[in-house]
Write a protein of this length. Structure first.
Length: 643
C-alpha cells in the first residue's frame, strides 16, 4: 500500500507536467490539448495519468483534510494546538462563510489549490473524463488492464460526485468534458437535482463493478484500489443518503430552485427509496461476503492467547479499525494515520509532556455518556442505573482491573460500561493496551489526566480539552518508550468503508422501509453487537430497560439503530455525515461542549463537568456554501438556502 501511495504521488507529478488547469468556472475544458496524445502514448504514461486521477482523493484520516473528523461535536480541540492544522475545527465553532469556505472542495485551482482544507474536485472530474476519452490510445496496454483502469476511473468519478453531494446537495453532473470551442454559456453549468445526481452515481458504479476485481491479488502494491465490493458499497451509501430525511421530502429546501424553475431537492417523501437502498445494501453485503470480508475478531490476533476476554472484547472494534487491511475493511486509506495517532496518544511519563505527543484529540463528555452500559443499552434507560450518581466516586476492585487500575478512585460513569467504551476512550485511571506491552495484559499502562499527571494540562498547546482522549484510533503497536519522546507510529489503513457500517446501515434501511422491525432488522444489528459480547437488542431491552417494548416499534428501533451507529463507528468520520442525513445536527450541535475540569489536581476537583464551548448550528449549515466568487463567475448557479 505504501508503494501504491508513492506511485500515486509520482504519477500525479507526471500528470501536472502533462496538463494544466483552465480558468473557467468548473475547470473542465482542457487547455493543453497537444500534450494529451503524449500522455496516452504508452502504457506507463497512461498509468501516470491514472494515478493523477487517484491523487485528488481526500485524505480521510487527516483532520485538516476531512471535515467529518473535526467539523462536528465528536471531538474537541484546544486553541492553540500543536501537530495538526485545526482549520476545519472552525466549522464546528461556527466560522463557516461564503467568501472563503472551509473545506472548499468546490474550488478550482484558480481559487488556490487546497485552500482551507479542500481539493478541487471538479478538476478531478475533468481529469477523469480526459482519461476515459483517451485510454483507448495506448497500444501496449492489455484489454483486461484497460477495462480495469476504466472501471477504477468510473468509480473515482462516482466517489467525487458523492463527496460533493454530501457537502453541497445538488451539484453539476460532469458526464463529459466540453469541447474547447464551447462558449461561456455552455461552460456555466447548472446544478442538477439530488435524485439525478444519485442516479448518475449509481449508473457509474454499476458499470464500474462489472470490471473491478472481486479481490485484490497483489496485496503488496494494490491494496486500497477499488473492488466490486467497494463500488457496490458506495452505491448503497449513495442510495441511503438519497432515502434519508435530508434529501427525501425535506421541505426546508422548498425554495432551492434554479432559474429554470427546477426543484433541486425532492419535496415529496418516498418510502420506495428506502426499499431501493435496502436492496443495494444487501447486494453489497453479499458481494463483500463472497470476497471474504467478515467482521473482525481479535481472537485471531497473534497476541490474543495471553489476553483476558475483557481486553479482547475492548480490542474487537479498535482492532477492526487499526489492524491493517483486516477482513472487515472494504476500503481504506493509509495517507496520514501517524499524524492522527500523535493527537490521540497519551503520555505515560511526565518527561513526555513536551515531546512530539500532542494528546489533544478529545471526546466531549457527551460521547462518554453515549456508550452503552455493560447490559447493551443507554445509561438513561438501564434499570440497574436508576438512583446511581454517574459522577459519584468509586474505587476500582480486582474485578475491574482490565479496564480500570485496581484501587484507583474514579467516577461511576467509568464502571460497568460496554467493551466498545473501553476500546474507544482513554479516561483518568483507565488501562491502555499497547504502547509496547502487547504480549499480555497483566501490567498495562494506566492513563492519568489530572492536571499534574503525565497526561494532564500543564502544557498550553498539547492537552485534552475535556479530560478524555480518543483511544480507538491508536494502533496497539504504536509506542513511546518509557522516559523517551521518540514516537513510533504503526501505520494502518484508516477505514473508509467497513462491513459493520454496512450491517447497521442495512438494518436502518430495512427498518425505515418496513412497517415494523422484523427478524432481519434485528439480525444485522445483533451480529455487530455480539462481537463485543452484547445480547441482541430485543433481549437487552427486555431484560434491562425501563422501556422494554422499544425495539418492537419502527420509531424505537430508529433510535436504537442511530445510537448503535454512533457507538460502533465512533471517531471514524461517520457520525458527522449521519447526523446531517438524519437531520439531527441541529439537535446535537446546539448543546454546549462539556468536559471535566482539566485544572483539577484531585478527584473532587477534576471530576466536575464544565461547559467548554457554546455551539450554534443553523438550518443553513446542513449544506456547504458555494464560494461567492464561483457564483459571480457562473450566473446559472444558485446558492444553498440560508447562505
Amino acid at each position: 500500500m505504501e508503494t501504491k501511495k508513492i506511485n500515486i504521488i509520482l504519477g500525479f507529478v507526471l500528470f501536472v507536467l502533462i496538463t494544466q488547469s483552465c480558468g473557467d468556472y468548473l475547470d473542465i475544458v482542457p487547455d493543453n490539448v497537444p500534450t494529451i496524445d503524449h500522455a496516452f502514448g504508452k502504457r506507463h504514461e497512461a498509468e501516470g495519468f491514472l494515478y493523477g486521477c487517484f491523487s485528488f482523493l481526500p485524505n480521510i484520516p487527516n483532520p485538516a483534510d476531512n471535515p467529518a473528523l473535526l467539523g462536528g461535536e465528536e471531538v474537541w480541540y484546544i486553541d492553540p494546538v500543536q501537530g495538526i492544522d485545526p482549520r476545519l475545527w472552525y466549522i464546528a465553532r461556527g466560522d463557516q462563510g461564503t467568501n472563503s469556505p472551509l473545506a472548499d472542495y468546490w474550488a478550482s485551482k484558480q481559487n488556490n489549490y487546497g485552500l482551507n482544507g479542500g481539493k478541487p474536485i471538479f478538476t478531478a472530474l475533468r481529469d477523469c473524463n480526459i482519461f476515459l476519452e483517451n485510454i483507448h490510445k495506448p497500444r501496449d496496454l492489455d484489454d483486461w488492464e484497460r477495462d480495469r483502469w476504466i472501471a477504477e476511473v468510473k468509480f473515482l468519478k462516482a466517489y467525487y460526485h458523492f463527496w460533493l453531494l454530501r457537502m453541497y446537495g445538488p451539484i453539476p453532473i460532469i458526464k463529459e468534458n466540453l469541447p474547447i470551442s464551447s462558449g461561456s454559456e455552455k461552460v456555466q453549468r447548472y446544478r442538477e437535482p439530488v435524485d439525478d445526481v444519485v442516479a448518475y452515481i449509481v449508473e457509474l458504479l454499476d458499470e464500474a463493478a462489472e470490471d473491478l476485481p472481486l479481490i485484490i491479488e497483489d496485496i503488496t502494491i494494490e491494496m486500497g484500489r477499488p473492488t466490486k465490493a467497494t463500488a457496490l458499497s458506495l452505491k448503497a451509501q449513495a442510495l441511503t443518503l438519497a432515502a434519508s430525511p435530508l434529501f427525501n421530502g425535506n421541505t426546508d429546501y422548498a425554495n432551492l430552485i434554479d432559474d429554470n424553475g427546477v426543484i433541486l431537492i425532492s419535496q415529496e417523501y418516498s418510502n420506495k427509496k428506502w426499499e431501493v437502498a435496502a436492496r443495494a445494501l444487501k447486494e453489497a453485503i453479499d458481494i463483500a461476503h463472497e470476497a471474504g470480508h467478515s467482521l473482525y475478531d481479535f481472537h485471531s490476533n497473534i497476541y490474543s492467547s495471553n489476553l483476558s476476554e475483557s481486553t479482547i472484547a475492548a480490542m474487537q472494534v479498535r482492532g477492526a479499525v487499526v489492524e491493517r487491511w483486516n477482513n472487515e475493511i472494504i476500503w481504506g486509506d493509509v495517507t496520514n494515520t501517524a499524524a492522527i495517532q500523535r493527537q490521540c496518544q497519551p503520555s505515560f511519563d511526565i518527561t513526555q509532556s513536551g515531546g512530539p505527543i500532542y494528546r489533544s484529540y478529545a471526546p466531549p463528555f457527551r460521547l462518554v455518556e453515549q456508550f452503552y452500559t455493560k447490559n447493551g443499552i443507554p445509561i438513561e434507560e438501564d434499570k440497574e442505573w436508576i438512583g446511581v450518581d454517574p459522577m459519584g466516586l468509586r474505587t476500582a476492585e480486582s474485578e475491574h482491573k482490565y479496564y480500570i487500575k485496581e484501587h484507583f478512585e474514579t467516577i461511576n460513569l467509568h464502571f460497568d460500561r460496554e467493551a466498545r467504551f473501553y476500546g474507544a476512550i482513554s479516561f483518568d485511571g483507565g488501562t491502555f493496551y499497547g504502547n509496547g506491552k502487547v504480549n499480555n495484559d497483566k501490567n498495562m499502562y494506566v492513563v492519568r489526566i489530572k492536571r499534574s499527571d503525565p497526561c494532564g494540562a500543564p502544557t498550553v498547546d498539547r492537552h485534552s480539552s475535556t479530560g478524555y482522549l480518543c483511544k480507538k484510533l491508536i494502533h496497539y503497536l504504536t509506542s513511546v518508550p518509557d522516559n523517551s519522546v521518540n514516537f513510533s507510529a504503526y501505520r494502518y489503513a484508516f477505514p473508509v468503508i467497513r462491513l459493520a457500517d454496512l450491517y447497521v446501515m442495512y438494518a436502518e434501511a430495512l427498518n425505515e422501509w418496513k412497517d415494523a422491525p422484523d427478524v432481519d432488522v434485528y439480525k444485522y444489528i445483533d451480529l455487530v453487537r455480539a462481537r463485543t459480547g452484547l445480547e441482541g437488542v430485543v433481549e437487552s431491552w427486555s431484560n434491562y430497560s425501563i422501556n422494554p417494548e422499544k425495539p418492537l416499534s419502527k420509531e424505537g428501533m430508529r433510535d436504537i439503530i442511530q445510537r448503535e451507529r454512533m457507538n460502533e463507528l465512533a471517531f471514524e468520520g461517520i457520525r458527522f455525515w449521519d447526523l446531517r442525513r438524519w437531520k439531527l445536527t441541529e439537535e446535537y450541535m446546539n448543546k454546549p461542549i462539556r468536559g471535566l475540569n482539566i485544572k483539577g489536581e484531585n478527584a473532587e476537583d477534576f471530576y466536575k463537568v464544565e461547559e467548554i464551548y457554546e455551539l450554534s448550528f443553523e438550518n443553513k449549515d446542513y449544506l456547504w456554501p458555494i464560494r461567492t466568487s464561483n457564483l459571480l463567475n457562473n450566473v446559472n448557479l444558485v446558492q444553498n438556502s440560508g447562505w
